[in-house]
Design a protein around this ligand. Structure first.
Ligand code: NAD
Length: 466
């Protein structure tokens, strides 16, 4: 599960060899530690003419302790932010570049993106952040504006591939009517996530924010305080990392796994002061037993994380029906059955969350994984269909789609295929279970209630399915 090549590349001898031979150069990624500042340097914030988000974004950044470095910023939205220190003749370096592109209503105005990013393209610190803010094209009043807003995706995805050194780039579409408190709060939670080391392995993503209630946490370092969170498949891998991250952020974690994984599950639950539930999710009575457990112990479940998953790989012609059935049942149908019972019994309250783990195999397809890819694409369908249906109940539904993550699952892949999988992304390395956990954590925060219906890839901007 260790990436020996990446460790070698980060040594002095490794650096010399990589340079000489032009080998892949995986950077050391900045990951989150409680108490860390959001950024390693000041943020430069720019805005298109008539942009509607520069002012709220400046306020969010300032409140989050980010130093703003925009000498040209109009005084009214930069006034409570002290300008970045002058470095004399030393060129300024930025922890992040943010651009409010919501004022762009025609393709001819896309030039404003070039004018902002071109002079700064080489001024971003390692593990820096690029964030472009736009209006969802389907909400634009004219075809020209929708076209220009859609064009932002190409810029962001290319910057993700171009800037290097661990810098990530994202496009955040914020609903046109962003005046409601929920949307503002979720814009803040999203920016805090994307700027921080929590999003180390998320790049080239398009995230939609808007519509839905959200509450500001008393402490942004414990954004899940008091929340009851169920994590399935919590005995190891991504699920164990999830339990840890969510507990660190303040959640009361109910960790679930099959009885055969009981010892490992108990160790995870003890480590974080959570509780363990031994249950096979495919058992006919699993949904009711789980619902009864949650009702009697906690009276509710604020966040449901469907993480448990299996693979049973074979090319379709060689696959027996059992392999097909098991994978669809664990990865998809059991999630539906559990959602149905928890929703029917009203155990997920308003402000609740359903978060599923999909996979880039569900987006790109994968040889030997027709069953798995079908189940994981189905998870995306579940998000698409359930998110609008549950909006009125104040429950958000999202999924994350991991790419190559360093776990037992990927350690079993033959060496050559594994090396290819690891490097075929903009960050030239595999992600860690904690990267998936941090992304799910952000979606789970009460502050992220206006983020719903999203499928966020945690794949280092993998070339697969891009
Ligand atoms: P893992 O095999 O290490 O862990 C999965 C856990 O789910 C195990 O503890 C297992 O016992 C549990 N589980 C399986 N069937 C269950 C059942 N019927 N009832 C209850 N628990 C059950 O896998 P992982 O790599 O940590 O993956 C976690 C999730 O992420 C899965 O949904 C997987 O498909 C997805 N994913 C992983 C990767 C990756 O690179 N590792 C990539 C994309 C998606």
């Amino acid at each position: 599960m260790t990436d020996r090549y990446a460790s070698f590349v980060q040594s002095a001898a490794g650096r010399a060899l990589v340079k000489r031979l032009g080998l892949p150069d995986p950077p050391r990624l900045r990951r989150h530690h409680p108490g860390d500042p959001l950024l390693a340097g000041p943020a430069l914030l720019g805005a298109s003419t008539g942009g509607r988000l520069a002012e709220p974004v400046a306020k969010i950044l300032t409140a989050a302790g980010v130093e703003l470095a925009d000498p040209a910023a109009p005084a009214e939205w930069a006034q409570d932010a002290p300008p970045a220190r002058s470095h004399g003749d030393t060129p300024q370096r930025y922890g992040a570049l943010l651009f409010d592109a919501t004022g762009i209503t025609d393709s001819t105005e896309l030039r404003q993106l070039y004018d902002f990013f071109h002079p700064q393209a080489r001024a971003v610190l390692p593990s820096g952040r690029v964030i472009v803010l736009g209006t969802p094209p389907q909400e634009c009043p004219t075809p020209r504006e929708a076209t220009a807003q859609r064009a932002l995706e190409g810029l962001v995805r290319s910057i993700g591939k171009e800037f290097g050194r661990g810098t990530t780039a994202q496009l955040v579409y914020v609903t046109r009517d962003a005046s409601d408190a929920g949307t503002r709060t979720s814009l803040e939670s999203t920016l805090r996530f994307l700027l921080s080391g929590r999003s180390a392995y998320v790049s080239g993503q398009v995230i939609r924010v808007g519509g839905g209630a959200a509450s500001v946490p008393a402490d942004w370092d414990r954004p899940l305080d008091g929340q009851v969170v169920l994590v399935t498949g919590a005995a190891r891998g991504i699920g164990a990392a999830l339990a840890k991250v969510l507990a660190r952020d303040g959640a009361q974690v109910v960790a679930l796994d099959i009885p055969a994984a009981g010892d490992a599950l108990a160790a995870v639950a003890n480590d974080i002061g959570g509780t363990a539930v031994q249950l096979d999710l495919t058992a006919p009575d699993a949904p009711t037993r789980l619902a009864e457990h949650l009702a009697s112990r906690h009276g509710r479940v604020d966040v449901v994380v469907h993480n448990a998953g299996i693979t049973r790989d074979k090319t379709l012609g060689r696959m027996d029906a059992d392999r097909w059935d098991q994978v669809i049942d664990v990865n998809l149908s059991s999630q539906e059955r559990i959602n149905d019972v928890l929703l029917e019994r009203e155990l997920i309250p308003a402000g609740g969350r359903i978060i599923s783990v999909s996979s880039i195999a569900g987006i790109a397809g994968n040889r030997g994984q027709t069953n798995y890819a079908t189940s994981k694409a189905g998870v995306i369908g579940l998000v698409d269909s359930l998110a609008p249906a549950l909006r009125e109940r104040g429950i958000s539904v999202n999924a994350v789609a991991p790419g190559f993550i360093e776990t037992r699952l990927t350690a079993r892949i033959p060496l050559v295929v594994r090396e290819a999988g690891r490097r075929m992304n903009s960050l030239a390395q595999g992600g860690l279970p904690v990267d998936v956990a941090e992304t799910i954590g952000w979606l789970a925060w009460p502050a992220s209630g206006a983020v719903s219906g999203n499928v966020v890839r945690v794949c280092g901007q993998s070339l697969l399915g891009a």
